[in-house]
Design a protein around this ligand. Structure first.
Ligand code: PLP
Length: 430
């Protein structure tokens, strides 16, 4: 944090406690990391719409550059000052400090998209000849990047099915060559199958050799940062498409990567040279979004519970894939109880019939919008087999459990009875 460069010294830990009580993240989203007296007393953080920053003296400029380029170690009370908005910007820095609180991360880097966060992390921690071992299915953009872009640089991707136990993960690793990173997306999209983060971390540790640490990265977009905290299970990195729940209003594209300070220093350095940092306007929008993050995600989660219960009882619905409906005593339920704090707000379900019936349902919706993406205030519906996962070959889709009769829902903050009325009338139309 370098609010020092805004004219004073900033103590990042200050304001996190009242007496001995450590304040919860939702109490700090309006104030943490921002000092009004450095911005004309403005209650809210202004948008620092500037590409460059003025140094107080040539000596200060020299000192900032020495730290930025790693020419010497930071002094005990020294902070990297603001230089240029491709390195950092106050809106983004304050956002990074606030994001750390939810996952109890040491350090955070914000990017202009979720894909920028994922690709920057992969390029920093993989080398030519490395394999990225990943759960399947994963987000379509990530899948494309792993399968089609990484091989151009001598890296390859090997998958293991979401829901695989520790033994099956290890078996996938045995045929995978030199693993550089274990990459997990949990719950899997669109099937909602959970991946055991602890098992992935143990595997990465087993595959590590002296001088070559295999890192674990978890894409936590679907449940985080409220309902699942991968760093607490030993993951090295947690990743987000902040376009989804963190942004939460379907009006901004952004990404996040968090982890230990030493690792994140490497990520931030590559971010500077790839130029994948988010701009001040994106930072400001996300600061605004964070104030209502818990409100939104809690409301969406409660609404989803009601919608999932309604679907499970409907005669035209064959199966509902929802984390709140996992069978008591099942392996998936045990992972859920260990790893997740709530079932979130993503539901997929299979309608009786096939693509034709799924399309009739989608075309009949009135309150839900027919769109991809997720995690916004409005409810959305889509058809994974022909939309988000259309690049996955039909045989692979079947293997992963993505069927032509599957519909994916992202539940928003509308009145839950209104959402159910819409689902009911659209099912009626099938
Ligand atoms: C949307 C998404 C991404 C990509 O994020 P962008 O912000 O669109 O670049 C990555 N992972 C998951 C799980 C996503 O849903």
């Amino acid at each position: 944090m370098s609010m020092k460069s805004l004219g004073g010294t900033m103590e990042p830990k200050k304001g996190r406690f009242i007496g001995g009580r450590r304040l919860k993240p939702e109490s700090l989203m309006m104030s943490y990391g921002y000092r009004p007296e450095l911005s004309e007393g403005a209650l809210k953080c202004p948008i620092f719409q500037t590409s460059t920053f003025v140094f107080k003296s040539a000596e200060e400029g020299k000192a900032f550059f020495e730290l930025a380029y790693g020419l010497r170690e930071k002094g005990p009370s020294e902070e990297l000052g603001l230089i240029y908005s491709r390195l950092n910007n106050p809106d983004v820095e304050i956002l990074e400090d606030r994001l750390c609180l939810w996952d109890e991360a040491e350090a955070c880097a914000v990017f202009e998209s979720g894909m920028a966060a994922i690709s920057t992390l992969a390029f920093e921690f993989l080398r030519p000849g490395d394999t990225i071992l990943h759960s399947e299915p994963i987000y379509g953009g990530t899948e494309y990047f792993f399968k089609h872009i990484l091989p151009r640089y001598g890296m390859r991707a090997v998958g293991f099915p979401a829901g695989a136990d520790e033994k099956a993960m290890a078996a996938a690793a045995r045929g995978a060559g030199r693993v550089g990173m274990v990459f997990v997306e949990t719950p899997a999209n669109p099937t909602n199958i959970l991946v055991d983060i602890g098992a992935a971390v143990r595997l990465a540790k087993k595959l590590s050799v002296k001088g070559r640490r295999v890192v674990t990265a978890v894409d936590n977009t679907f449940l985080g940062p409220l309902w699942q905290h991968p760093l607490a299970f030993g993951a090295d990195f947690v990743l987000y498409s902040a376009t989804k729940f963190i942004g939460g209003h379907s009006d901004v594209i952004a990404g996040v990567c968090m982890g230990r300070e030493a690792d994140m220093k490497r990520v931030r350095t590559l971010r500077t040279f790839l130029g994948t940092l988010a701009g001040p306007w994106t930072g400001w929008l996300l600061l605004r979004s964070l104030e209502t993050l818990k409100l939104r995600m809690t409301c969406m989660m409660k609404n989803a519970q009601k919608a999932a219960d309604f679907l499970a009882d409907h005669p035209k619905v064959e199966a509902v894939h929802y984390l709140g409906h996992l069978e008591e005593g099942s392996a998936q339920r045990r992972i859920f109880e260990r790893q997740c704090l709530a079932p979130g707000s993503m539901i997929s379900f299979e309608i009786k019939g096939g693509e034709k019936q799924a399309f009739r349902f989608l075309n009949a919706l009135k309150l839900f919008s027919l769109a991809v993406s997720l995690g916004g205030t409005e409810s959305l519906a889509e058809h994974p087999a022909t939309m988000t996962h259309s690049d996955v070959a039909p045989a692979d889709q079947r293997r992963m459990g993505i069927t032509p009769k599957m519909v994916r829902l992202s539940i928003g903050v509308e009145n839950p009875e209104d959402l159910i009325a819409d689902l009911a009338q659209a099912l009626e139309a099938v």
